[in-house]
Design a protein around this ligand. Structure first.
Ligand code: PLP
Length: 436
């Protein structure tokens, strides 16, 4: 906060394609997709027009006790594209959609629904806890914070949080068989204790771009089935193409019991979120009025029609631009191009999952020394990158690059060139600082 106060804030005046235009007259690459949201570029006429058309009809009407066409049509489309159940059991397909308004609320909905599901379908059950991954991040509301475990974001709120057991992050583990052991042990030791297991599938972003080994997710699904634990896939960040398929779960051919969506759902234009679940879960909330089994949860702007219209236009653009197909060559190019960063004196590791990259910095490669908080290396490098025309963010000493999915190979190269310069020069200028 002190740094924010002491620096001149950058006002963004307009945004087009992969560029942000500042009030300082400069143009910047949007190297973090405006916080992992932007899919088709800024100012796409098709999405703008869809919002304008809807604005001519209604800006907002509630989904509490009513509905509207954009919400109904979008629900249908989401169900069509949702990951398909590995058992082909219609009762376990993601065919029910509950709207809210941002990623955190999508997660809150899944957590509360899982809890209420068990209370109503197994009233004598003895489940008391959720299960989650260390280094996980699921949003900033208290439920989402409870199932998150990143010290600098979460630890101060500890006394306010509900009971959650954490298992080690699979990030960086070379094999799925090794990565799965902590989850297996927790379930073996405590069968019947958990409402649900929540994870960011394939990659934990905020935890430092921690990539899971192939096959981990499939084993997670199998274990949750074996122990009767609901699986919540938080695809708020990974959904809508970010990892190279429409949803990360698709890569391992599994469907969760809850799928949390946000961020890219509207192409990154307006706030909207959805939690998809199965008929199995849905049916536990059906009962006579007097039994009061419905899910009493609703936000004022839940399923906003302008946002739903933007989301429908975004899904049309996925088809029109054949975006998912186009991603594979961009991802391969990113993988190859990132390798040269390893030659830099202070880069010790590259992490990548689809169109998400993390460049890990180290104070001294030969001695394996990490940067300390006083080096503030992440913000320092991002400041350098901004000077050179790229907006991006750091997670500790991991510098991230999360370009809009629409970025061309030439644009990705331009972003990488800036980042390379920023890291080379920025780490050199930090070399005067003593090693502590
Ligand atoms: N879940 C994941 C995996 C996220 O990365 C985020 C945000 O970064 C959220 C949930 C929270 O989303 P929002 O910021 O829209 O509340």
């Amino acid at each position: 906060m002190q740094d924010w106060e002491s620096e001149e804030p950058l006002f963004i005046e307009s945004a087009h394609g992969v560029f942000l235009k500042g009030r300082d007259g400069k143009t910047y690459y949007d190297g973090n997709s405006s916080m992992w949201l932007n899919v088709h570029g800024h100012g796409r006429p098709e999405i703008n027009q869809a919002i304008v058309d809807q604005l001519g009809k209604a800006a907002h009407t509630t989904l509490l006790g009513l509905t509207h066409e954009p919400a109904a049509r979008l629900a249908e489309r989401l169900v069509e594209i949702a990951p398909k159940c590995h058992t082909a059991d219609p009762n376990r397909e993601l065919s029910r959609v509950f709207y809210s308004d941002d990623g955190s609320t999508a997660v809150e909905v899944a957590l509360k629904m899982a809890y209420q599901y068990w209370k109503q379908s197994d009233p004598d059950g003895e489940r008391t806890h959720y299960l989650a991954l260390s280094e996980g991040y699921h949003g900033d509301t208290i439920g989402a914070v409870s199932v998150g475990k990143i010290g600098r974001f979460h630890s101060i709120f500890q006394p306010l949080l509900f009971p959650v057991d954490f298992v080690d992050s699979p990030g960086g583990c070379p094999t799925a068989d090794g990565a799965i052991l902590p989850l297996k042990a927790a379930l073996q030791q405590n069968p019947g204790k958990y409402f649900a297991f929540i994870l960011e599938p394939r990659v934990q972003l905020a935890g430092g771009i921690l990539v899971q080994p192939d096959g981990y997710l499939k084993q997670v699904r199998a274990l949750c089935d074996e122990y009767g634990v609901l699986l919540i896939a938080d695809e708020v960040a990974t959904g809508f193409g970010r990892t190279g398929t429409m949803f990360a779960c698709e890569k391992e051919g599994i469907a969760p019991d809850f799928l949390c969506l946000g961020k890219g759902i509207t192409g990154g234009y307006l706030p909207l979120a959805a939690t998809l679940t199965t008929p199995q879960v849905y049916s536990a909330f059906l009962a006579d009025y007097t039994e009061w089994k419905s899910f009493t949860h609703g936000h004022s702007y839940t399923g906003n029609p302008l946002a739903c219209a933007a989301a429908l236009a975004s899904l049309d653009l996925f088809k029109q631009d054949d975006l998912i197909h186009a991603l594979s060559s961009k991802i391969d190019h990113l993988t190859l191009s990132l390798q040269r960063f390893l030659a830099l004196d202070h880069v010790c590791e590259i992490r990548q999952c689809g169109m998400v990259a993390g460049i890990v910095l180290t104070k001294d490669k030969t001695q394996g020394l990490e940067y300390s908080a006083t080096d503030a290396i992440g913000p320092h490098i991002c400041r350098q990158a901004r000077e050179l025309g790229l907006i991006t963010r750091s997670l500790g000493s991991v510098i991230t690059l999360v370009p809009p999915l629409v970025s061309t190979i030439a644009e990705i190269d331009a972003m990488l060139n800036i980042l390379y310069e920023a890291i080379r020069n920025g780490t050199r200028s930090r070399e005067e600082l003593p090693i502590d």
